[in-house]
Design a protein around this ligand. Structure first.
Ligand SMILES: *[C@@H]1O[C@H](CO)[C@@H](O)[C@H](O)[C@H]1NC(C)=O
Length: 144
């Protein structure tokens, strides 16, 4: 039954291509710069786009010490808070120790604008330190 054989191998090829397509990406924020003061994350995010729904962002930063300033990750409320580095109503997603070692992952579950920022020093790491970036996850065709 050659026809069934080729039909099922075609099915396997399709399945294989769909499953490789469905692998959600893990993106290290800042690439080798990780999460640090002074790197332009808005620029990084613009160049890295598009981000897909179900992709995860990996934040890596050392726990604070005598030589390392503290960093953290917040989701800011809206575009206005993003532009002004306003932490009012922001949601903590990673505290000052959570970025240690392999860091932590934030899964982009929703197709809505996400505004990430470092919350340390009252927003100075966000404003002067450029530790902020917007992400607009788009639909990934495999997850619907
Ligand atoms: C950071 O990058 C953005 C996007 O490329 C750019 O508009 C902005 O001027 C940059 N900021 C600084 C301080 O270089």
């Amino acid at each position: 039954m050659a026809s069934i054989g080729s039909a099922s191998s075609l099915f396997l090829v399709l399945l294989a291509s769909f499953s490789s397509f469905s692998l959600a990406a893990k993106v290290i924020v800042g690439d080798s710069n990780h999460w640090q003061f002074g790197f332009n994350y808005t620029d990084w995010a613009l160049k890295k786009a598009p981000f897909y729904q179900h992709d995860s962002l990996v934040f890596m930063y050392e726990a604070p010490s005598n030589t390392t300033p503290p960093h953290s990750v917040y989701l800011l409320k809206n575009l206005k808070s993003f532009l002004g580095c306003d932490l009012k109503g922001a949601k903590l997603v990673g505290n000052v120790v959570q970025g240690g070692g392999p860091g932590f992952e934030f899964v982009l579950k929703k197709r809505k604008p996400h505004y990430f920022a470092c919350g340390e020093h009252g927003g100075v790491h966000c404003s002067l330190g450029l530790m902020k970036f917007p992400v607009f996850p788009i639909r990934s065709y495999c997850h619907g």
